[in-house]
Design a protein around this ligand. Structure first.
Ligand code: ZN
Length: 600
């Protein structure tokens, strides 16, 4: 192939966690070729400066060393040359997350943003990658999982893969090792599930059965007539660890990390909380295939990866995706209606817990994701709101509003489809353009058939709580606040630290806050009785609201004494219960929670 950007990536020294990359540029910029590594990875809105993991880099031209000059923290420029330029570098890969790269003797994983230097000016050329197996017998059984199209490689094999441009290259993470693999078809498209890590008696058949239902429901939501998925194939790759949770979306795959205990066990049919959480995560990342990987905010089309890309719309791209992730579980029949309402209530209680929601709107939270949501400190519940959790409540409120305003004829599904048709469907087929805030709002109004400016002013640009109790009424869902049955509480979240009970968050206005306690304080005693990592609730359980207790705590190893007047927990404990009657409400609810097919 002429004029392509070529990389060879080898897992050179797994024990030292080093990938070696060779980059060949056949027609470099004669002024001096510039290269850089992204500062962030799409989907995770924080500056991570991946170039800090490049431990050695050198350039070569015509068999001789070519000087490389560093321009800034992630950019290099080679001395001018007019033909084949080779750059060799090593990347330290020991970040056990879905956002970077990880390599040891058991497996390798990387995102292109961590390992592939961008050749400035050549981003639109095809990019070819030769993936090399590590040397040694121990690696003979390793395979490769990626949604990158093969050029000269068997599926799941080492060899050459190709991407149409740099943007595509870095949007297909790669897993290598001896993973468990299973395949299912969803509306005619092959979906692979790859699980890395030791998981005894893993039930891959159940994973396939459940994910197939979820994927087919989502494909049908966006393309009810054609049932056409937007990708040629799809890959769910999961790293199972002792304790972990996270996911990152890509155009034809997702990289996930989960706790081993969350994955299903052969022969056990129950739906555990952990497995439900894992399916919700899969559903979330899969929904992004449409919402954010193709329907995108204008500022992500294209991504500028050398600096922050500010948008007030993450409530739409993350929040509405969070609304749909659990909704698709109930619609596809993977979880029961009663379980769905438990998940919604849990989310409502989480949002209502923090006073930060009265200070920051979800539009502001989206915009400041880089410095606030992604860099939370102990004061976060009192200072910020999550565009995920409150965003999902806005999705719920919008959906119910549209359904009521149109007498059940339309829903948020229609708005998602309209966004899809206008901005998403041909994104990678020459129609790349993003959605502006005004355009997004116009789509919701068009579908609802009413003005929604007040809605957006109050709940999206403003800090009011959406009126969910009222909105749920026509759907026969009873909203009850069971706070009055709750026990008195300090208004804190604690964290176990060794055998100690440490305050992780102190909620503004709560008993602990008013008594002067602070996040980081280590609780020692309540009324002279020792507090351990696990007995605080038991100790407080003997008191009533209005009682004053003496509390001892260490701050910077200094013993401090506080008098705390206990109160009922200030945060609501909402319980949602669907009612069988009246029939009209039950019908509206069935149309909302039934599958796309059933509702049609
Ligand atoms: Zn997401």
């Amino acid at each position: 192939m002429k004029n392509v950007i070529q990389y060879t990536l080898s897992a050179k020294d797994p024990a030292a966690h080093l990938f070696e990359v060779t980059l060949v540029v056949s027609a470099p910029d004669p002024q001096g070729q510039v290269f850089s590594l992204p500062a962030w990875i799409p989907g995770s809105y924080m500056i991570r400066e991946f170039a800090r993991n490049i431990v050695r880099i050198e350039a070569e031209h015509g068999g001789a060393r070519l000087p490389l000059r560093k321009l800034d923290k992630h950019t290099w420029q080679a001395a001018p040359c007019r033909s084949k330029l080779v750059v060799r570098y090593e990347v330290y890969a020991w970040d056990l997350s879905v956002r970077a790269a990880h390599l040891d003797q058991t497996h390798g994983f990387f995102n292109g943003t961590s390992v592939f230097l961008r050749v400035h000016g050549a981003e639109q050329l095809p990019h070819v990658v030769d993936l090399r197996r590590p040397d040694g017998d121990a690696y003979k059984t390793w395979r490769v999982a990626t949604a990158l199209p093969e050029l000269k490689a068997k599926r799941y094999g080492f060899g050459t893969y190709v991407a149409g441009d740099y943007d595509e290259l870095i949007d297909h993470p790669v897993e290598m090792g001896t993973f468990a693999l299973a395949t299912f078809s969803a509306h005619g498209v092959a979906h692979d599930i790859v699980i890395t890590g030791r998981v005894p008696n893993l039930d891959m058949t159940r994973l396939c059965t459940d994910l197939k239902k979820i994927c087919e429901a989502q494909i049908a939501l966006f393309e009810p007539k054609t049932r056409r998925a937007p990708m040629q194939r799809y890959l769910f790759m999961t790293l199972a660890v002792g304790d972990g949770y996270g996911g990152l979306e890509h155009r034809a795959s997702t990289a996930l990390i989960c706790s081993r205990a969350d994955l299903p066990v052969k022969g056990r049919k129950e739906m555990s909380d952990g497995y439900r959480t894992y399916l919700g995560l899969c559903s979330h990342e899969y929904f992004h295939t449409w919402n954010v990987k193709r329907i995108k905010p204008a500022v992500f089309a294209p991504y500028a990866l050398d600096r922050e890309a500010y948008t007030p719309l993450l409530w739409l791209f993350e929040g509405l995706t969070s609304y749909y992730d659990d909704l698709m579980l109930v619609r596809s029949g993977v979880i029961a209606e009663a379980d769905y309402f438990k998940l919604v209530a849990k989310n409502i209680n989480m949002v209502l817990r923090g006073s930060g929601r009265t200070k920051q709107s979800v539009a502001e939270s989206s915009f400041d994701a880089w410095t606030k949501y992604y860099r939370q400190d102990e004061n976060a519940p009192n200072a910020i709101v999550s565009y995920y959790t409150k965003g999902s409540l806005i999705g719920l409120a919008l959906d119910l509003t549209i359904r009521v305003e149109t007498r059940g004829k339309r829903s948020l599904d229609d708005a998602m489809r309209l966004l899809w048709q206008r901005y998403g469907r041909d994104f990678y087929e020459g129609g790349a353009r993003g959605v502006s805030d005004a355009e997004a709002e116009a789509v919701f109004e068009e579908v609802a058939g009413v003005k929604l400016k007040r809605f957006f002013d109050r709940y999206v640009r403003g800090t009011e709580d959406p009126p969910l109790a009222k909105l749920l009424q026509p759907f026969g869902v009873d909203w009850r606040d069971e706070r009055k049955n709750a026990k008195p509480d300090l208004g804190v979240r604690t964290r176990r630290e060794g055998g100690d009970c440490k305050l992780a968050n102190v909620y503004e206005g709560g008993p602990a806050h008013r008594a002067g306690l602070s996040a980081g304080d280590v609780l020692v005693a309540v009324d002279g009785l020792r507090v351990t990592a696990s007995n605080l609730d038991v100790l407080l359980g003997r008191y009533a609201s209005g009682d004053t207790v003496e509390l001892h705590a260490f701050r910077r190893d200094e013993l401090m004494r506080f008098e705390v007047e206990l109160q009922l927990d200030a945060a609501p404990k909402v319980v949602l219960t669907p009612q069988p009657k009246p029939a009209t409400a039950a019908r509206l609810r069935a149309a909302w929670l039934g599958s796309a097919e059933k509702a049609r």
